[in-house]
Write a protein that binds this ligand. Structure first.
Ligand code: CA
Ligand code: CA
Length: 449
């Protein structure tokens, strides 16, 4: 049989305005953008103001705003001003600057200019932090030769002096802008720090036109990078579900719960031990997701399936590749509750949710050595034997040769792209209490997104 290409599930890495450790020159990656007439006008007007002919517009690396020019009504008239990020390549300073321009008598003119904190911009955002009427400018400055941490600045436009006031400066590794708990039209900022001190900080107004860190909580100290983050609005607080990659290559989840006054990490208990956090430590790249459809993300925890050992165990292993059972926990209640048990097959892009009758029994999974097939079996006193097979799932590529004799037993249950999933459920009287039907399988089998 032709060797089948495995489906590699490439989960989109959601970098939440994360502070990248590598430095890419975004301008070099983007082909010279074709500027609209208005953008050309702006650039020419700016060159004239600055008395330079070498001006490079600067693009943020990530985030929703992926442009060097932002149109925004900063004051109380009814027309937009513009915020321009640029570098004057004439002076050799290699610092990105921010310029505010306003349209006067039909022409764009510069009204304010200020240097930034780095030549690299990680991300730019506009949000209602100090006022519900006008937005503040949030800039994540990238690492530079001078500083090896990213720096977050929030700038508020002061109409009277026609200038930007820098109202917050905080180092960060990742940032999430979230809505206020009491007033959903207002925003505040959650900063994650893990490359030196490991802390989650919440920044919000502390006085008129000043932001500060109003609450903070502990994060675990083994974080390498943030992989995935989902926010959830609760009734008595909001949540951030954070999946991190750890320094040892494993994955862990931390759940932050916050109101407008406080922030806590649900993975650390009162004694500040992190037993619950340790439970989320897992080998496989599986992230939080809402598995029971109540809107709130659920947290995966993993343990080896029956017959498999922990990687660190000294005991001899039956199989070379560990397979895991994934259990999802809901954090809706004070104590997390297990709401789903499943075998998640990342290689082949599906999961099989274990029905209740499989959860108290020694049901495990075996990969067929030379075939793209997984068997779900009851693990008995004598280990595994073919009598105990409850389900087989086989993956074929559409253009694969299929053995008709072999396929007779199998039933096609799903397809995705160039792949077809076949299942076989043997009639097995011996295991009557754990046998399943094709009807039950329909609710158990889910393709991964
Ligand atoms: Ca205006
Ligand atoms: Ca849920």
């Amino acid at each position: 049989m032709k060797k089948l290409n495995l489906i590699i599930i490439i989960l989109a890495i959601l970098i939440l305005s994360g502070c990248s450790s590598f430095s890419i020159n975004v301008e070099d990656l983007i082909e010279a953008p074709i500027l609209s007439t208005e953008q050309s006008e702006i650039t020419e007007a700016l060159k004239k103001t600055l008395n330079t002919n070498k001006l490079k517009l600067k693009y943020p690396k990530y985030g929703e705003i992926h442009a060097p020019i932002i149109f925004e009504n900063l004051d109380s008239d009814d027309s937009d001003e513009i915020i321009v990020f640029y570098e004057d390549t004439n002076d050799g300073s290699e610092t990105t600057r921010i310029n505010i321009m306003d349209k006067r008598d039909g022409n764009w003119v510069s009204i304010y200019d200020v240097p930034g904190e780095s030549e690299n911009i990680e991300f730019v955002a506009m949000a209602n932090i100090t006022s519900s009427v006008k937005k503040d400018l949030i800039v994540g400055w990238g690492k530079s030769e001078k500083r090896n941490k990213c720096l977050l600045n929030v700038y508020s436009y002061d109409e009277k002096s026609q200038s930007l006031k820098n109202i917050l400066a905080e180092r960060y590794d990742a940032v999430k802008i979230v809505s206020s708990f009491k007033d959903r039209n207002m925003s505040k900022i959650i900063l994650l720090n893990y490359s030196s001190k490991t802390m989650a900080k919440m920044a919000a107004p502390i006085s008129k036109n000043r932001l500060g860190v109003i609450a903070m909580t502990k994060l675990n100290s083994e974080i390498d990078s943030l992989m995935n983050a989902i926010s959830y609005k609760g009734d008595n607080g909001d949540y951030l579900f954070l999946d991190f990659r750890e320094k040892d290559g494993s994955y862990m989840t931390e759940v932050l719960k916050y109101t407008d006054e406080s922030i806590e990490n649900l993975m650390f208990d009162d004694s500040k031990e992190n037993l619950l956090l340790q439970e989320t430590k897992r080998e496989e790249r599986i992230f939080c997701e809402d598995v029971n459809g109540d809107g709130m993300p659920d947290v995966p925890m993993q343990k080896p399936l029956y017959g498999y050992k922990d990687r660190d165990s000294e005991e001899e292993q039956e199989e070379t590749e560990n397979l895991y059972l994934t259990e999802y926990y809901s954090f809706k209640t004070e104590e997390p509750i297990k709401i789903q048990t499943a075998f998640v097959n990342l290689n082949q892009g599906y999961k099989v949710i274990f029905p209740k009758k499989w959860q108290n029994d020694n049901i495990t999974v075996r990969k067929q050595a030379d075939r793209e097939e997984y068997s779900f079996v009851k693990y008995g006193e004598n280990g595994i034997d073919s009598q105990n097979v409850l389900l087989k799932i086989h993956l074929y590529a559409k253009d694969d040769y299929k053995d008709v004799f072999e396929l007779q037993q199998f039933k096609k249950i799903a397809e995705k792209g160039n792949f077809e999933y076949y299942a076989y459920i043997p009639m097995n009287i011996e295991n009557a209490e754990v046998n399943i039907t094709y009807g039950e399988l329909e609710n158990m089998f889910k393709l991964l997104k």
